[in-house]
Design a protein around this ligand. Sequence first.
Ligand SMILES: C[S@@+](CC[C@H](N)C(=O)[O-])C[C@H]1O[C@@H](n2cnc3c(N)ncnc32)[C@H](O)[C@@H]1O
Length: 469
Amino acid sequence: MGYITKGAEIELQVEKLAFGGKGLSRVDGYVVFLDRAAPGQRVKALITKKKRNYAEARVLETISRAPGYKPPACSHFGVCGGCFWQDISYEEQLFWKKAHISECLEHIGGADGVNVEPVTASPDVFHYRNKMEFTFSDRRWLLAEELEQDFDQRSLFGLGLHVRGLFQKVLNIDTCFLQSLDAGAILGEVRQWAAASGLAAYSVRTHEGFWRFLVIREAKATGQILLHLITSGVPEANERIDLLAAHLLSKFPRITTFIHSISQKSSQVAIGDSSRVVFGPGHIEEKLGELRFRISAHSFFQTNSRAALELYDTIVRLAAFEGSEKVWDLYCGTGSIGLYIASRVKSVIGIELVEEAVRDARQNCILNNIDNCSFLGGDLKDVIAKASQTGRPDVVIVDPPRAGMHPKVVKSLLETLPEKIIAVSCNPASLARDAALLLEAYDMGQVQPIDLFPHTPHLECVVRFDKKR
Ligand SMILES: C[S@@+](CC[C@H](N)C(=O)[O-])C[C@H]1O[C@@H](n2cnc3c(N)ncnc32)[C@H](O)[C@@H]1O
């Protein structure tokens, strides 16, 4: 493979989609991963990294389009890191997502002949997200055409999403096709107000500057919007933010809660060291089916509300509850899965790390007149022993973060040995890794992927495991 060297330009045929949404090509069996490539495309590419077993490359030019090509809807597509695949038809995206989960379960999970059901499509393909995080920047990303124009320094103020592959660079976003049009209008208004405020955006180079992050969260069923603004601390911060909040409320009556947090951390995460509710109750309310859910700024909630309902119905279908089951809902967030299944089982114990989410979960029980669910706060690997004191569960539902379950949690499950485990995951690779461990004592049953994240490589999946006889 002598001619594949760093810096070389070669022509490649994209065979399929690989982990993380990259395209995969082979040259005489040698694998080349391509950023921004769709299966079926023929491209001219630049080799950016060369290793013994594989190379990485960047597409320079499309020689022929993929059969599933679709013109992207969004003007930011290609530069913005929010979407990967607006240029592939939705049907094609679902086809490749199914292929990817099958491959992970077989190769990483060691599950032979696994039968993956077709991916359940998201009810909304655009404007489906109920939460997005935007970053302020003192030096926003300039497009090639802007670089050719004269611009003054003030126009470098940015608020938007990261440039694809460049986490430190922020692209100004006008209309985002992942969130609602109202959210886009709020984003534009906050950017304009902040840029004119005389206070600087936070700089990742100097770690100075006031404006840091804006999180827009909206309940799809009730229409309520929660804004969470994160800034660094300056003496007059509260007065400034009160003015901004009043301005936004007068323009956007859908905003029902505004939270201001101050962060002095240098790490780029949209979490504050201290928070203040500027107006509203401090949370919004979402509805899934007949149930109401209170969601606070720091609580996890599935980001695609309408597809979350499909997800929870899938959990109910795969678990096939009979009514007498004691269930554990592990990594339970605001308790949404537990509350959704509560009327179909005897009891539910939920466990969750984030205190605010545990508070929301308890409030959500009251809000929905549910009395057979209880919640424990803390790190699951430590708290799971406490749940064991209440006896063995019949069914355990696990829905861990992207990294998957802690090995100690898997070990506890293999000691507890519930009849059924329903594994919910947003990361096929970590799901497959955890599945490989569970297969020691469980048989893998139905596998139902659900697309909660159109135009991105992410995929939600529900897998049923039955205790071996
Ligand atoms: C993918 S979310 C699932 C939430 C919930 N099941 C739902 O459907 O909304 C994962 C949850 O695990 C929680 N979490 C992360 N690490 C944890 C840990 N070590 N112990 C307990 N919970 C944890 C997160 O705060 C988050 O709420």
